[in-house]
Design a protein around this ligand. Sequence first.
Ligand SMILES: Cc1ncc(COP(=O)(O)O)c(C=O)c1O
Length: 378
Amino acid sequence: MVKQEAFELEQFIDKYETEVKYNVAETCCYSMSLREIENISGNKFDFDKIANERLAYSYIQGSPGLKKAIGGLYETIGPENLVVTNGGIGANFLSFYTLVGPGDHVIVLSPIYQQLSSVPKMFGADVEIIKLNFEDGFQPNLKQLEAKMRKNTKMIVMNNPNNPTGCIFPQETVLKIVDIARKYGSYILSDEVYRPLFHSLEPADSEPKAIADLYERGISTGSMSKSFSVAGIRLGWIASRDKNVIEGSLIRRDFNMISVGVIDDIIAQYVLQNKEAIMKHNYQLCVQNLVILDDAIRRSKGKLEYVRPKAGTTAFVKVNNKDVSSTMQMCLNLAKHDNVLAVPGETFNYPGFLRIGFANRREDLINGLEKILAYLNV
Ligand SMILES: Cc1ncc(COP(=O)(O)O)c(C=O)c1O
């Protein structure tokens, strides 16, 4: 049997998510109903289409309309460069399943969504974690990365924009990582489920392009869950110009997915047709909610510190309080006694941090942060 680590983060969230009143552990932009998307976009969803659609396997790889709509999120990606999957989680899993195994070295830039380090390990790869630091704004030291590269480095793994930090690797950094990877013929898997949510860039920041557009061995994984607010349809994708990635993934996908769900396909097309309106709404949500987080950090008088998020939906907040010996215990107490769910940094191997999701409902964020400040006696 394949050895698998426990998914600490998802298990922690699962345990408390339905019990607490104020959820600041959520990573999706507030998930919407079709009615809400109709209101935001002003475009009607064709409910009859779903009512009349035969619930067959239908298009195995996803409909041509869906693939065209996903391809429209990239500069160089056509339908032949895409594999539609069961969420971003399916896209990451399938990429590792296709590409890595015993004898392969995989470098993971952390903190990162745990799946991205645990799954390559599970497939037998030698996984080396490079830990990025709060003090460096969670930016990689490229000399260190280069020094870690080996002849058998099959893949560099990153998450851009990043969960949990909300930081980005800007375009110039990504290009330098591409140069390093290219020298060794390594793939770069960039989990980009938080694209294109670059809501708080500063003038000096260069928005990174998708890795699939930048690098011939780049693999971008994407999703409808986070920026597009429809996690419930469970639809994601792999985008790559590398034929081996696409063909290898399609062959393997036959064994665990058969086809893209026909209803998911129809809904994803509708959502992507209305992406401008949805993104505008979600940009605003993030920008406005970040102000609430800014205020809480300021009021904490140094007990909470962050690298201000520039993109995505989460902040990785450092807890400077001698009375908090463990952020895991703090989050357990908050969940059990204060009705607040925040994610402890321990689930990312970064004790001393809290992950705060700021793109959920405003009330959750306001009340959740008040309870956290009260916990810290602020
Ligand atoms: C970085 C990252 N990748 C992938 C996923 C999986 O999401 P989904 O399968 O809903 O696309 C998550 C969910 O939190 C995530 O944060």
